[in-house]
Design a protein around this ligand. Structure first.
Ligand code: NAD
Length: 490
C-alpha cells in the first residue's frame, strides 16, 4: 500500500472531504506506485480559503511591519529544504521522471528563490512626498500591502522551481497562498508545503489542495476570497484561466507556452553552442521545459560543420531511469506526452523531413514500462510541418539553414509565442540587432536558457502576461494604496 500524503489545509495534513484518493506512478516505470494523494474538490478549496481568510485576520503574517519576521521564516525554510534535498530530489525524479541531477537543480532554484525574497525583509516600502494644492500642503503617501489570498496553479514540468517563483514572493509580500499542483505531481508540492508549516508560517497561510482541475482549479478561479491567480501552464488552459479570472476582476499572472528559437551565427563558438543546445537547451527535462530550444536556425556557411557536432552530441545522450547516475535524459512525463511527440515527428516525416538522430522509442527491457523516447533531430523540415508553428513539448529539435541574421529573426518571429530566444555570435552588432528585432520577453546570448531569481522571467504574445522573479515578481503580489493627508497652510 502506497503512503498517503495528506494535503495541507489550516496548517494540518488532511484527507480530502470526499475521502477519495488517487495514485501517483513513476513515468520511468508505470508499475511503480510512488504514493497516494487526496482527491480534493471544491469543498476543500473553500476550506482552504476560509482558513486563509481567518489567518490573515488574526495572525501577524500580513502586517506591514512584519516583513523582516517573514524573511526569517523564509530563511528557516531554506535550511529545512537544504537538509532534505537528497530525499526530496529522489521523490521528484520518481514522481516527474527528470534525472536526479536536474531534480537537485530544481531544489537549488527553490532555495535560491526563497533566499532571494527573504532578503526583501524590511525593504518593502512605498514613498512619501509633500505637494502643494493652492495654499495647502498635502502629504501624499503610497503604501505597499499584500493583495490577500493568492492562488497558485502549477504545471507538471517544474513542480519545485515554479512553486518557489510564486510562493516565495507571495509570502514575502504578506499574502496567504493556496497551491494547486498539476494532477500528476502532487506529492512533492505537498512535502514542500508541509515544510512551510515547520518553518513557522502560521496555520492557514499556506495550503495545498490536490485534485482534478475541473474541481480544484475552477473553484480557485471562482472563489471570491481568492484575489489573485498566478498560473503557469499551456497557452490553451491559460486563456481559460484568464477569461475566468478577469470576469471576477482578479489579478493574474500567466506564464504560458513557448516555442523558443535559437540562432547560431557563423562567428559563434560552434563546439560550445552544440554542446549547450544538446545538454542544457533542447533535451533537459526530456524537452519538457517552456524555455527549451524548440527551433534552431543555423547560418548556411557553417551548417554542415555545426550539424556534425550537434548530431554527435545528441547520439551520445544516455536515455534511462533518472535515478541511474549514468542517465542523461529520463522519460516523458505521460503516455499522452509521448504520443504527442510521436505525432509531431510523424507529421514532419510525412511532409518530407529527414530524421537525423533518434525518431523512435528506445527498445529493450529497461524501457518497456516507461514513456521513453530517443533524443531526436529533424532536418529539411518543410514550412508546413506543425513543429514550426506549435509547441512540441518533448525531445525533438527541428533545424533550418538560414543565410543571415535578418532571415533568422524573421523565421524566429513567425510563431504566436514570444517567451525566450537564444543567440550564438561574437558580434556586438548582431547581438544588438537580435535583441531589438526578436519578439520575446527574454534573450540569452552565448549561454543556456538559465533562470535566476535576480532577473524577471516571462513572455510576450501568446507566452503570457506579467513577470515572475526579480523586483517585478514581488510587485505582482503587492497592492498599492495611496493616501493624501492635509498637513497645513503653505
Ligand atoms: P496545463 O495547462 O495542462 O496545466 C497547468 C495547470 O493548470 C495544471 O495544474 C492543471 O491541472 C491546471 N488546469 C487545467 N485546466 C484548468 C482549468 N480549466 N482551470 C484551472 N486550472 C486548470 O499545462 P502542463 O501540461 O501541466 O504544463 C506544460 C505547459 O506549461 C507547456 O505549455 C509549457 O510551455 C508551459 N510552461 C510555461 C512556463 C512559463 O514560465 N512560461 C513554465 C513551465 C511550463
Amino acid at each position: 500500500m502506497a503512503k498517503l500524503e495528506g494535503m495541507v489545509i489550516d496548517g494540518k495534513q488532511v484527507p480530502a472531504s470526499s475521502g477519495k484518493t488517487f495514485e501517483v506512478r513513476n513515468p520511468a516505470n508505470w508499475d511503480e506506485v510512488v504514493g497516494e494523494a487526496p482527491q480534493g474538490g471544491r469543498e476543500d478549496v473553500r476550506r482552504a480559503a476560509e482558513s486563509a481568510h481567518r489567518a490573515l485576520e488574526v495572525t501577524w503574517w500580513g502586517r506591514l511591519h512584519e516583513s523582516r519576521r517573514r524573511g526569517r521564516v523564509l530563511q528557516k525554510y531554506v535550511e529545512l529544504v537544504e537538509a532534505q534535498k537528497a530525499d526530496l530530489g529522489r521523490l521528484l525524479t520518481r514522481e516527474q521522471g527528470k534525472i536526479y541531477a536536474e531534480s537537485v537543480g530544481e531544489l537549488d532554484s527553490l532555495i535560491n528563490t526563497f533566499e532571494y525574497y527573504a532578503g526583501y525583509g524590511g525593504k518593502i516600502a512605498g514613498e512619501v512626498k509633500y505637494v502643494r494644492d493652492g495654499d495647502s500642503v498635502i502629504k501624499v503617501e503610497t503604501r505597499k500591502q499584500p493583495i490577500g489570498i493568492c492562488g497558485a496553479i502549477l504545471p507538471f514540468n517544474f513542480p519545485v522551481s515554479l512553486y518557489a517563483w510564486k510562493i516565495a514572493p507571495a509570502l514575502m509580500a504578506g499574502n496567504a497562498v493556496i497551491i494547486k499542483p498539476a494532477g500528476s505531481t502532487p506529492l512533492i508540492d505537498i512535502r514542500l508545503t508541509a515544510l512551510l508549516q515547520e518553518a513557522g508560517v502560521p496555520a492557514g497561510i499556506a495550503s495545498v489542495v490536490t485534485g482534478p482541475a475541473s474541481q480544484v482549479g475552477e473553484e480557485m478561479i471562482a472563489h471570491p476570497l481568492i484575489r489573485k491567480i498566478a498560473f503557469t501552464g499551456s497557452t490553451e488552459v491559460g486563456k481559460l484561466v484568464y477569461a475566468g479570472a478577469t470576469q471576477r476582476l482578479k489579478h493574474v499572472t500567466l506564464e504560458l507556452g513557448g516555442s523558443d528559437p535559437t540562432v547560431v551565427c557563423d562567428d559563434a563558438n560552434l563546439e560550445l553552442a552544440a554542446e549547450t543546445i544538446v545538454r542544457s537547451g533542447r533535451f533537459r527535462n526530456c524537452g519538457q521545459s517552456c524555455t527549451s530550444v524548440k527551433r534552431l536556425y543555423v547560418f548556411g556557411n557553417v551548417y554542415d560543420r555545426f550539424m556534425d557536432l550537434l548530431i554527435n552530441q545528441t547520439r551520445r545522450l544516455n536515455v534511462g531511469n533518472g535515478l541511474d547516475p549514468a542517465t542523461d535524459m529520463g522519460p516523458l512525463h505521460t503516455a499522452k506526452g509521448r504520443e504527442d511527440v510521436e505525432r509531431f515527428v510523424e507529421d514532419a516525416r510525412k511532409a518530407g523531413a529527414t530524421v537525423a538522430a533518434g525518431g523512435r522509442r528506445p527498445t529493450g527491457q529497461a524501457y518497456e514500462r516507461g514513456f521513453f523516447y530517443e533524443p531526436t533531430v529533424l532536418t529539411d523540415v518543410p514550412e508546413e510541418a506543425a513543429i514550426w508553428h506549435e509547441e512540441c513539448f518533448g525531445p525533438v529539435l527541428p533545424v533550418k539553414k538560414v543565410s543571415n541574421l535578418e532571415e533568422a529573426v524573421a523565421e524566429a518571429n513567425k510563431t504566436p509565442f514570444g517567451l525566450g530566444a537564444c543567440l550564438w555570435t561574437e558580434s556586438e552588432e548582431r547581438i544588438e540587432s537580435f535583441v531589438a528585432g526578436i519578439e520575446s520577453g527574454m534573450v540569452w546570448v552565448n549561454y543556456k536558457p538559465l533562470s535566476v531569481p535576480e532577473t524577471p522571467f516571462g513572455g510576450v504574445k501568446d507566452s503570457g502576461i506579467g513577470r515572475e522573479l526579480g523586483a517585478e515578481g514581488l510587485a505582482e503580489f503587492l497592492e498599492t494604496k495611496s493616501i493624501r493627508t492635509y498637513v497645513g497652510k503653505a
